[in-house]
Design a protein around this ligand. Structure first.
Ligand SMILES: Nc1nc2c(c(=O)[nH]1)N[C@H]1C(S)=C(S)[C@@H](COP(=O)(O)O)O[C@H]1N2
Ligand SMILES: [Mo]
Length: 499
């Protein structure tokens, strides 16, 4: 039993050596080709929609840590088995490790934008992992004949160091490569009005009127942060167009720049959820870029946008070009786009959920039809037409909070992009009458609005609910819907206890 445990540990250590060195190899070539990430990404793509939805809700933005952790745990269990097998049959144990890496190599090669070089990190793992296992096996066998454990311990320590150094060096190399570029953004030719002062300082606990780039939610299918150089970047506009056009980053910066305050929302956001953020975007009008190529409207009904890695997002052509401020953004809150949020160029289209409008790391716009080509989420049965639903969220107090009796301020945000913005927010306590809340300043119909309501809280347990009415006069629906397939609806309601 003890021997088997020891050999399992050898299997794990050998695998960590392979994974660590492969991680370094990936950082130097293509970080996404790191074996664990490659397998993780494939798992993401293969995960059925309801489960992905569930995972996003359960684990939030940490769902990726959970995923990578699970893949790693699975790999280590198999590695332990390979180690145990190697005790009697070294070649078989080594073969099992190679098999394990082969899965990762296939996963890396099946990525939409895979290049042959993407097997390189897996090759590194396939060589170093089994060799490490062989080294451990040989030293162990020696130790068993001459009774000295010193060499075994030294070898294990050296291999542990190799694994750790590989992994850490991989991290350092990745973070150095991911440093932001130094880009001078042009001034907007069509600037946004002065940004109003929100209720941030007046209502403790309310969502800030403008979300900082660091606090902006991140939702995408990637396990890494893509590193794209603005100098290598190009945007191709093709498909049902008069002429195919290819633009460089400088070409784009030379075009007229608009600046707009827009609240972006994720379709996976549940009622009261965190996947929504407001920012000031700077970029080129989508229609200006499409006009360079000339759209054949008799054919196309879809803009199929592709990111640098072949991931696709579909947008209804008529909605994207109906006069709303659809932007190919290069700036976010006065800075260049952070890499997490799509550097160098992403789409932002007000009023449509991010999964059909907000393509990050944009590289291609193809005019086509929904019949001809299906985007990533369309293949997974999400809606193709998904306007953001009217929604109000309570930020303060928090659900299940314990409050002191007396004057209490309830506050939050509400949004109704491309529906005239927010005209009214109402609060209801314990199923009583709906009372009008006070609205914060207005930064345009595509931006969320803060609100607050004073409440003389009496001791006991209470239910607080909120709903909004859009500027177009449409009330938020109370009908409950899950995020799949076109966004959650229902009223945000929570319980608090007043002492
Ligand atoms: N390339 C790419 N773009 C993407 C996604 C993605 O997975 N890949 N996710 C989309 C989704 S679902 C949303 S909600 C927004 C989120 O943008 P953010 O991460 O900047 O908040 O990006 C969109 N753009
Ligand atoms: Mo999303």
């Amino acid at each position: 039993m003890k021997a088997r445990l020891l050999w399992s540990a050898y299997g794990i250590l050998a695998t960590l050596v392979g994974v660590g060195l492969a991680h370094l190899a990936a950082a130097l070539t293509d970080p996404a080709a790191s074996p664990v990430l490659a397998v993780g990404s494939t798992v993401i793509d293969l995960t059925p929609t309801p489960m992905k939805d569930w995972a996003i809700e359960q684990f939030g933005s940490s769902d990726k840590t959970v995923l990578v952790g699970s893949v790693m745990a699975g790999v280590l269990v198999l590695a332990a088995i390979a180690g145990a097998v190697a005790r009697r049959r070294l070649a078989v144990g080594m073969g099992m490790l190679v098999g394990l890496v082969a899965v990762a190599a296939v996963a890396a090669l099946l990525r939409p934008s895979a290049e042959p070089t993407d097997v390189f990190p897996s090759l590194v793992a396939a060589v170093t992992g089994p060799l490490a296992l062989r080294l451990l096996a040989r030293t162990q066998q020696h130790a068993e004949t001459d009774g000295s454990r010193r060499t075994v311990l030294l070898t294990a320590a050296a291999l542990t160091a190799a694994a750790a150094v590989g992994g850490l060096a991989g991290r350092v190399v990745s973070s150095v490569r991911a440093r932001p570029e130094d880009i001078a953004l042009p001034d907007p030719t069509d600037p946004a009005p002065a940004f109003p002062r929100g209720l941030d300082d007046q209502v403790p606990g309310i969502t800030r009127f403008r979300t900082s780039n660091d606090d902006f939610y991140r939702v995408d299918t990637r396990l890494d942060v893509p590193v794209i150089s603005s100098e290598d970047w190009t945007l191709t506009i093709d498909g049902d167009v008069d002429t195919k056009v290819v633009l460089t980053f400088d070409d784009l910066l030379d075009m007229p720049m608009i600046e707009r305050d827009i609240t972006v929302t994720c379709v996976s956001n549940s009622v009261g959820g965190p996947y929504v953020g407001g920012a000031r975007w700077l970029g080129v009008r989508l229609t200006d870029v499409l006009d360079l190529a000339g759209i054949d409207r008799t054919k196309a009904d879809q803009i199929l946008s592709t990111d640098f890695d072949g991931m696709t997002i579909s947008t209804p052509l008529d909605l994207a070009t109906d006069g709303r401020d659809a932007i190919l953004a290069v700036g976010m809150n006065g800075e260049q786009l952070p890499r997490e949020h799509g550097f160098p160029v992403r789409m932002v289209i007000p009023g449509l959920y991010g999964f059909i409008s907000a393509t990050k790391w944009l590289s291609r716009l193809t005019l086509t039809t929904y019949d001809d080509q299906k985007a990533y989420w369309t293949e997974r049965d999400w809606a193709t037409d998904a306007p953001i639903k009217i929604s109000a969220r309570i930020d303060t107090p928090k659900a299940l909070a314990q409050l002191d009796a007396g004057d209490t301020v309830i506050g939050g945000v509400a949004w109704a992009q491309e529906r005239g913005g927010i005209a009214k927010v109402q609060v209801r306590i314990d199923g009583g009458a709906w009372e009008d809340a006070q609205l914060g300043p207005n930064a345009g119909e595509d931006y969320w609005r803060q609100w607050f309501h004073r409440w003389p809280a009496k001791s006991g347990s209470h239910r607080i609910a909120v709903r909004a009415v859009s500027g177009d006069g449409e009330p938020q629906t109370a009908a409950r819907a899950e995020p799949f397939p076109d966004g959650a609806s229902g009223i945000h309601e929570l319980l608090v206890t007043v002492k």
